[in-house]
Design a protein. Structure first.
Length: 155
């Protein structure tokens, strides 16, 4: 069962429904996404070190069109909030591009996998081509695995 506020947006409902799918089928409990997320984060770290920059700075240099100015500096635009949250989790709270959880949230077992799955639910539901393309660029292994899992579920 999911609980949502009356003013929840459709994308938030999609996010919460993906949490429920995960809970019902035990997807992340069985190790889904762990390796792919780790590999994608290692790849981002390597790419950013090639630039001599942090991941945030590298992304801003390469993709300034997905950023905007926030109260605390640059942040990803709202439609990219799922990507912001995943990056925050991958870095255990170090990458802060606007949308995130509290740092200690990521210390709990499988929270990164669970939130990644739910954020993919949000992004796929929204069907924003710019967001879908960006998630494939940043998280190629995770994206491939999420789509594989969805195909398996929809037989």
């Amino acid at each position: 069962m999911i609980y949502i506020a009356e003013n929840a947006t459709p994308s938030t409902i999609a996010h919460e429904l993906f949490h429920e799918i995960d809970h019902t089928y035990g997807l992340t409990q069985n190790g889904a996404l762990t390796l792919q997320i780790q590999n994608d984060y290692k790849r981002l770290l390597q790419l950013s070190s090639n630039y001599g920059k942090s991941i945030e700075d590298m992304l801003y240099l390469k993709y300034p069109e997905v950023f905007e100015n926030g109260r605390r500096g640059i942040k990803l635009q709202e439609e990219f909030r799922g990507i912001s949250d995943i990056l925050n989790g991958m870095s255990r709270g170090k990458i802060r591009l606007g949308y995130r959880h509290q740092d200690d949230y990521w210390l709990k077992p499988l929270k990164l996998e669970k939130e990644t799955w739910a954020q993919y639910g949000r992004m796929i539901y929204q069907s924003d081509e710019r967001v879908l393309e960006f998630m494939e660029i940043l998280f190629p292994e995770t994206t491939t695995e999420v789509y594989r899992m969805l195909k398996e579920m929809i037989k």
